[in-house]
Design a protein around this ligand. Structure first.
Ligand code: URA
Length: 193
């Protein structure tokens, strides 16, 4: 099946799953993810916030503005990468996703990774890093994001080498503006890789 057809089938399955999910609220959207299906780089965030839930687009609120700036500073275009989250519905009051929520949405992220088959997965923040590193058997290297941000972890898969790069979540800049420079440096590294 073509990638477009496969991703459309998955989106439909995800819509049905979301309708029955406790996080589903009338008038809000599933945030499935968007970008190039042939992307070399996949960005995996945590969960949609308010703006994302009313538009269905990932990273379109405050954290999204910061992400856009970081991408631009690294010379990357949104349309050339694929951006998604682990959890596809907004947790109430933007609370952290629970392990149960992460586990229940994980098959959709797993399938997105399988279809897109990126060369690099950038995990934005601790939740995404935890899930992706465990998924690719890197539990023994897993530490808090302040320790491992910007490091590159190579994983051998059946389809070749996949690089996993944990990064701070862009929202960190809204609490501490100095973090923007740290993130910019890490994004530069990502482009070099
Ligand atoms: N934070 C995330 O992790 N994902 C979004 O889509 C928006 C904010």
């Amino acid at each position: 099946m073509e990638k477009e057809a496969e991703i459309e089938k998955l989106r439909k399955e995800c819509i049905e799953f979301c309708k029955k999910n406790p996080l589903y609220k009338d008038g809000t959207f599933l945030v499935f993810g968007e970008g190039s299906l042939n992307a070399d780089i996949m960005l995996v965030g945590e969960a949609p916030g308010y703006n994302e839930s009313i538009t269905g687009k990932p990273f379109c609120g405050a954290a999204g503005k910061i992400l856009d700036e970081l991408l631009e500073s690294a010379g990357l275009k949104r349309e050339d990468i694929f951006i998604t989250n682990i959890v596809k519905l907004r947790p109430p009051n933007n609370r952290n996703p629970t392990q149960e929520e992460i586990k229940s949405f994980a098959p959709f992220l797993d399938k997105q990774i399988e279809i897109i088959n990126p060369k690099i997965i950038c995990c934005l923040g601790n939740f995404s890093t935890g899930y992706i590193m465990k998924k690719f058997n890197l539990s023994n290297k897993l530490q808090g994001i302040s320790k491992i941000h910007g490091q590159v972890f190579d994983v051998s898969t059946l389809l070749g080498i996949l690089k996993i790069i944990p990064l701070y979540h862009p929202a960190v800049v809204t609490y501490d503006t100095n973090m923007k420079d740290v993130l910019k440096e890490d994004f530069k590294k990502l482009v070099k890789v």
